[in-house]
Design a protein around this ligand. Structure first.
Ligand code: ADP
Ligand code: MG
Ligand code: MG
Length: 905
């Protein structure tokens, strides 16, 4: 590998890199090079490449690649020449910082070592040269402290405690009041700490008389510090952070070695951090903090009271005004808000870092809109700059950032938004309390379909079990309710209506007020003030631009008129999925139970008539809310026994009734009911009698729903409205299923239009959610007006995974061992996407007019939206709250496609 360049110089009139080289130089190194080239004051130095770090790891055991030491040595020599100073010199020593920096910013991965090059001799040189004894000894003690902590793995507290006891013994308040002699004494104390606490086995080369002596040779110091940066790439914090952020492990980190400048040389010196605009709300103003007579991390460490950067020109006019000029230059060059670190040495400004600044969602929107108005960026760029996940946060209430609170438990951030309410432990209690106008949080071990009403009534949901795709999480996201799931410290006794928090003395009783934050996953005792983030005009502006650029439609999944109206408000162009099973819950469960179990035709008919009335009014509400826009109604889908009483509970009840001496006749009837319910139970309900199979087995049921849809539509048409229902038949795997049900559906529609005299055209299509349907989509497409990919079930059936089970069983292991790159129920899996692509292509092949969309949860996941765009779907459909996110993601997909197309030209 020798001959490959691994070290790049910057500053001092000779710079070898630029801002586009972050995969070689890391973000910090690339931007230092860029600033140096722009002529900004950057202390010179050099950057060792990320590739050198990976070469280090490719050796077993990890070792410096051949030739690297020599390449570094020649760059050190060049730097010494540029600076006209020498490392370790006792006259005028060169000091350097050693800083990590990978392609993606990884906060806290590794601490920086400052003042490297100091030793017992060069500290004297620094005194002579600066004429400032205190400064020199302060720098030396800082160096020993950082080096020992970062490179020699010594406990940081040992040093902090030594400083604190020195401050106490001298009767002063802060470290700046300590004298030169105090600092000198600290240097000795620190060396003693190193000898006592650093292991000789780990650093045999530093052993003197059986203990570790703090290294005096600058070349050894530098070599060890560089190696420590290389090693930090694989420390636990860094590995975990990359996993969370999905950053590849094989990128490596660069090492920046840079001449020191000093902010701790007295009151005309200082250090600070800043943003070119307000990172919290986006206002165009200088934003940040500084400290005088301070070095390095003092500003962020919070030891001393910092001052706002707006005051800098009052304190140090020349450096302050130059800094403001640099802000402008950087913004113009990067065409974005920048984040910077600087130091002022005796009135002279030095730039130590810049990058594109992190910002809140609100600031991101404001900055994007402002920069378009300023002519700095285009509207396309503005749309591309908003992170869809961040936009999602804005759609929900949040904890007031000014509030203080104690966290009592942590769980998964399962559904975004925050909520406050009284604790209740059952769905019924939730409904009851809500009816009395109280706000409640439903606390459950895990939720199931029987809890739906309670979830609907509650402000938020908290569970002790289950992950991000658990029932509670999925339903809560669909409802747009905050949820914290899998808070395993919660020990719930639902019967006794209380929950203990493991490891604490806290017990939550029914009625106690808690707050949950589903965006972060925290649970708080008591009420936290909530703020509903204002829907600033900036959101509307950016989304209106997004709508201009996108070609793929966005619809909402909505089961009620309220949800439909919400989807419409958020910009949905229709409803992609109305589930009808939710319309069979609550008191209607009894009616459908009567229908399913009725042996007498009379009872059956009566049940159907009742259902017809209520269903018709459901559809009236939804179609009215979506007047003029398409509404895809899915006919009944889940296994019927979901609507029946649980046989286990029924059995317990019968036994009790027996003991209570209930008449034999009544008992016999109860047993018949139990036998009937038992006979309907299936070993594998998800693969059983459900979806269109129900329509084949119980034609009256689908006929009833089609009647209700058609009647509601005809009624509205008569009123001069514009209802646009579409009928969707679920779980089709064979062409004949759809063909048969289509024919029956058309007959019912025709009968009603004849009866009412209203003409209406209702498209009939199917959900593609079984692999066979995707593979045979050409055949099915011949009898469908549209396809909607049900990617939740399609993922289950493609993998053979049960979504309700895998999360708690093996998915975590799969993710940890990288057998799966991510949860396939959150972001569409490549294999499932292939089936979607095949289904869309085959279907359109036989039916060019076929409309194709997606209605699974993936429809609201930005990355999946991009994949669906690539496949060429006509629309995605997602929960109302995710509609804005999907609009943005669809626009970004279109724009990204355009950039690619023009790149190829
Ligand atoms: P991080 O990635 O954690 O921000 P940095 O490498 O930026 O770490 O270093 C942290 C701080 O150390 C900088 O903000 C700056 O204050 C100080 N620092 C780093 N290099 C130098 C230098 N050459 N001269 C003076 N201070 C420096
Ligand atoms: Mg830091
Ligand atoms: Mg920094």
């Amino acid at each position: 590998m020798s001959g490959v360049k691994r070290v790049y110089a910057f500053g001092g009139g000779q710079t070898e890199g630029n801002k586009d080289m972050k995969f070689v130089l890391g973000g910090k190194g690339a931007n230092l090079a860029e600033m140096a080239t722009m002529g900004l004051p950057v202390p010179p130095g050099f950057t060792i490449s990320c590739q050198a770090c990976m070469e280090y790891y490719n050796a077993t055991p990890p070792a410096f690649p051949e030739g690297l030491a020599e390449e570094i040595a020649s760059h050190v020599a060049a730097l010494e020449a540029k600076m006209a100073k020498k490392l370790g010199d006792d006259g005028d020593p060169l000091l350097v910082s050693v800083r990590s920096g990978s392609a993606f910013s990884m906060p806290g991965m590794m601490d920086t070592v400052l003042n490297l090059g100091l030793n017992d001799r060069s500290v004297e040189g620094l005194i002579t040269k600066s004429g400032n004894e205190r400064f020199a000894w302060d720098s030396y003690r800082r160096f020993i402290q950082m080096f020992s902590k970062v490179v020699l793995d010594a406990e940081g507290d040992l040093f902090e405690n030594a400083i604190t006891s020195m401050i106490h013994s001298r009767g002063v308040k802060v470290d700046t009041e300590l004298t030169a002699a105090d600092m000198r004494e600290l240097v000795d104390t620190f060396k003693g700490i190193v000898a006592e606490h650093v292991s000789v086995e780990e650093f045999p080369l530093l052993a003197v008389d059986g203990v570790v002596a703090f290294p005096q040779d600058p070349t050894v110091q530098l070599r060890l510090a560089i190696e420590a940066v290389f090693r930090s790439w694989m420390n636990d914090r860094a590995v975990l952070y990359r996993k969370m952020e999905r950053i590849a492990d094989d990128l490596g980190t660069a090492v920046n070695v840079q001449a020191m400048v000093f902010g701790n040389m007295g009151e005309t010196s200082g250090t600070g951090v800043g943003f070119t605009r307000n990172a919290a709300d986006g206002t165009k103003e200088f934003y940040g903090d500084f400290l005088t007579n301070a070095q390095g991390e003092d500003v962020v460490a919070g030891i001393r009271q910092t001052r706002p950067i707006a005051e800098l020109p009052e304190v140090l006019p020349e450096a302050g005004n130059e800094l403001y000029a640099v802000f402008d230059i950087l913004e113009k060059a990067y065409r974005d808000m920048c984040d910077i670190e600087f130091t002022i040495q005796e009135g002279k400004l030095w730039m130590l870092q810049t990058r594109i600044g992190k910002r809140t969602a609100r600031a991101a929107l404001k900055i994007a809109v402002d920069m378009v108005a300023e002519g700095m960026i285009t509207r396309e760029e503005a749309v591309l700059r908003i992170n869809p996940a961040q936009l999602d946060q804005l759609m929900h209430p949040q904890f007031d950032t000014k509030a203080t609170y104690d966290v009592i438990a942590k769980g998964l951030n399962a559904s975004p938004g925050a909520a406050v309410g009284e604790v209740v432990f059952s769905a019924n209690d939730a409904v009851e309390a809500a009816a009395e106008g109280r706000s409640v949080i439903l606390v459950r071990w895990e939720t199931n379909p029987d809890d739906l009403h309670g979830m609907d009534a509650a402000e938020g949901i908290l569970t002790s079990h289950g992950g991000k795709t658990s029932h509670a999480a999925v339903i809560a996201r669909g409802m747009g309710k905050p949820a914290v799931c899998g808070a395993d410290a919660l020990q719930i006794d639902a019967k006794a209506k209380r929950a203990a928090i493991a490891g604490t003395k806290i017990v939550l009783n029914e009625g106690d007020v808690i707050s949950i934050d589903g965006t972060t996953g925290i649970v708080v005792l008591g009420a936290v003030n909530l703020v509903k983030p204002e829907m600033t005009g900036d959101i509307d502006t950016v989304l209106a631009w997004a709508d201009e650029f996108r070609t793929m439609g966005v619809r909402a999944n909505a089961d009620t008129p309220d949800d439909a109206a919400l989807g419409r408000k958020f910009g949905a162009a229709g409803i992609g999925l109305t589930r009808t099973e939710h319309m069979f819950l609550g008191e209607r469960k009894d009616i459908i139970q009567d229908f399913i179990l009725a042996s007498a035709e009379g009872v059956r008919r009566e049940a159907l008539d009742k259902l017809l009335d209520v269903q018709t009014s459901d559809f009236l509400g939804i179609f009215e809310a979506m007047d003029g826009l398409p509404v895809t109604v899915r006919l009944l889908d889940p296994p019927l026994h979901e609507f029946l009483d649980s046989p286990r509970e029924l059995e317990v009840e019968i036994t009790r009734e027996e003991c209570e001496g209930v008449p034999a006749e009544k008992l016999a009837a109860r047993r018949r009911l139990l036998a009937q319910i038992d006979s309907m139970s299936e070993a594998n309900p998800m693969l059983g009698l459900r979806g269109c199979r129900l329509g084949i087995m119980y034609p009256e049921l689908y006929a009833l729903q089609v009647q209700a849809i058609t009647r509601a539509a005809c009624e509205l048409k008569k009123q001069g409205k514009d209802p646009r229902p579409e009928i969707m038949i679920p779980l089709v795997s064979v062409r004949a299923e759809l063909a048969t049900l289509r024919e029956e559906t058309e007959k019912v529609v025709a009968a009603i239009t004849a009866e009412t005299g209203v003409q209406i055209d209702i498209p009939i299509g199917t959900m593609i959610e079984l692999p066979r349907a995707a593979v045979c989509a050409d055949e099915i497409g011949e009898v469908a007006d549209f396809f909607s990919f049900g990617t939740n079930d399609l993922t289950q059936t493609t993998f053979g995974f049960s979504r309700d089970d895998i999360e708690s069983k093996f998915l975590p292991k799969y993710l940890e061992r990288k057998i799966l790159p991510r949860n396939p129920f959150e972001t569409i899996d490549g294999g499932v996407a292939k089936l979607v692509e095949m289904g869309a292509r085959l279907g359109r092949g036989t039916n060019p007019k076929l409309k194709v969309g997606v209605c699974g949860e993936h429809g609201g996941d930005p990355e999946s939206v991009g994949i669906f765009f690539g496949i060429g779907l006509d629309y995605v459909s997602c929960s109302p709250y995710r509609v804005p996110v999907a609009r943005l993601a669809a626009a970004q997909a279109s724009l990204a496609g355009k950039t690619k197309a023009s790149d190829n030209r």
